[in-house]
Write a new protein. Structure first.
Length: 350
């Protein structure tokens, strides 16, 4: 029994070696993603441009190709890093809070709220060509936060509220918000295609604007999740034992859920609904590096960035010059993995 508890909670730390390997993999993936794209800039030319920016040497790219690289390709890769890191680290945090291996960032109504917000923006927003920030990301962000807030309020109002009640509240809120979204779409059937495209997920950024929108939310939220990773290990021992160590489980859960939901809302607002990242990446990290959240959360953050950059690279090149929806790529990978996780954890889910 003691050995089982030890295995579940984990006592390993994030060693410099593991962090270096993960960071190295991310660096290689980033360079590869920047070098390859729908526009054939030549990987040697791209590497030459990167070196020119570092050393002051003459760039092999002309102005047009340099603009494609720095104003389109690089910001898209950076955005993929931010969104993947947010979804994967939030998934790991949700799994720690709910002690549920199938918990993911959309558990608390964030996806349904974001979908409703985006639909309202598509149907009712005025002409937005002169707006500094488009209405869909803003509305999706507000909707995601609304969904999480409603779930939290409903869960806290129930007698004996706990993680199971909160999960049920999330299901109820998601069903309600989805029904409202369907009703709004029926008011303007011409919007269905645009909404559906957004819900399939994608990173069709037009520059650095989306990066600047999400950066102030995802970075602080990710830092909070990493700092709370040790507390998630303590919560795995049980509320009574955590309380005996001077930790208030309710406050820890509120802090972690708030940070994870904020990161999820920011990610969803610019990427649409990209599923399975928050399930696949944390489980791969557990298989490779151990079950301690001190390892799982920070490595999920890096692994999520790696996973989504690769997925986006496939989405934008496999049928170039057309693109596949990013959500299709992650679902193609994540759905079979979800089945494996479900079978592996049958006993824990009863």
């Amino acid at each position: 029994m003691a050995a089982d508890k030890h295995a579940r909670t984990g006592t390993t730390r994030l060693t410099p070696g593991r962090l270096a390997v993960a960071t190295g993999v991310l660096a290689v993936v980033l360079v590869a993603a920047v070098c390859v794209g729908a526009a054939d800039l030549g990987w040697t030319n791209v590497l030459g441009e990167l070196w020119a920016q570092l050393s002051g040497a003459t760039s092999p790219l002309d102005q047009r190709d340099a603009d494609i690289l720095w104003q389109l390709r690089v910001p898209r890769v950076v955005l993929a890093c931010l969104v993947g890191a947010a979804l994967a680290s939030s998934g790991a945090a949700y799994q720690g809070v709910f002690r549920n291996p199938l918990a993911d960032p959309y558990l608390l109504g964030a996806a349904a709220g974001a979908g409703l917000g985006a639909t309202l923006a598509v149907v009712f927003a005025p002409d937005t060509r002169d707006w500094l920030i488009g209405p869909i990301p803003l509305a999706a962000f507000a909707g995601a936060l609304l969904g999480v807030s409603l779930t939290w309020a409903l869960g806290r109002s129930a007698s004996g509220a706990g993680t199971a009640i909160l999960l049920l509240a999330g299901v109820a809120v998601a069903a309600f918000l989805t029904s409202v979204q369907t009703f709004v779409q029926q008011l303007d059937t011409e919007s269905i295609k645009q909404v559906y495209t957004w819900m399939l997920g994608g990173l069709n950024t037009s520059g650095w604007q989306d990066v600047l929108i999400t950066l102030p939310y995802i970075v602080p939220a990710s830092i909070v999740l990493c700092l709370c990773s040790r507390l998630l290990d303590v919560l795995a021992l049980g509320d009574d034992e955590a309380g005996s160590l001077g930790i208030r489980p309710g406050r820890v859960r509120l802090l972690v859920l708030g940070a994870a939901s904020l990161a999820t809302a920011a990610a969803v607002s610019v990427s649409g609904l990209i599923g399975f990242v928050g399930i696949v990446v944390p489980h791969v990290v557990r298989l490779l590096a151990g079950a301690s959240y001190r390892v799982v959360v920070p490595l999920s953050l890096i692994g999520g960035a790696v996973f989504l950059v690769i997925a986006d690279q496939i989405a934008r090149t496999v049928i170039a010059p057309a693109e596949l929806p990013l959500g299709v790529i992650t679902a193609f990978t994540g759905a079979p993995f979800f089945v494996l996780v479900l079978r592996r954890n049958r006993g824990k889910l009863r």
